[in-house]
Design a protein around this ligand. Sequence first.
Ligand SMILES: [Zn+2]
Length: 123
Amino acid sequence: MAKTGPKPNKTKERKIPERRCTGCGGTFPKKDLIRVVRAPEVKAEDPETPVTPAETTVSRVSVDFTGKKAGRGAYLCKKEACLSKARKAGRLHSSLQCEITDEVYEELAKEIRLAEAENDSEA
Ligand SMILES: [Zn+2]
């Protein structure tokens, strides 16, 4: 494979943070990935739900649009193929060590469709 063109201005080189996609396992610039974050555990305040620490992990997984949410994160390409791979293999689940609800997958799917639509309009 030939390299595509000369590198721009070496002095201005900045390290692009890269993360691994939970679906395909490839490494990509963080900005090209969707972050799924599991919020830090909060003690349940509901007295009707007795909490057994470490066992009762309430699903607090959400799609992080800002990339700034606190908590354990997992990354995914903006591709439906990666999402379904990750979903089938339960990789988000094992990576976040937390149950991933259908809602989260729905939100991811929505986000991916939006991203794909954006790419189309740019082309
Ligand atoms: Zn991927």
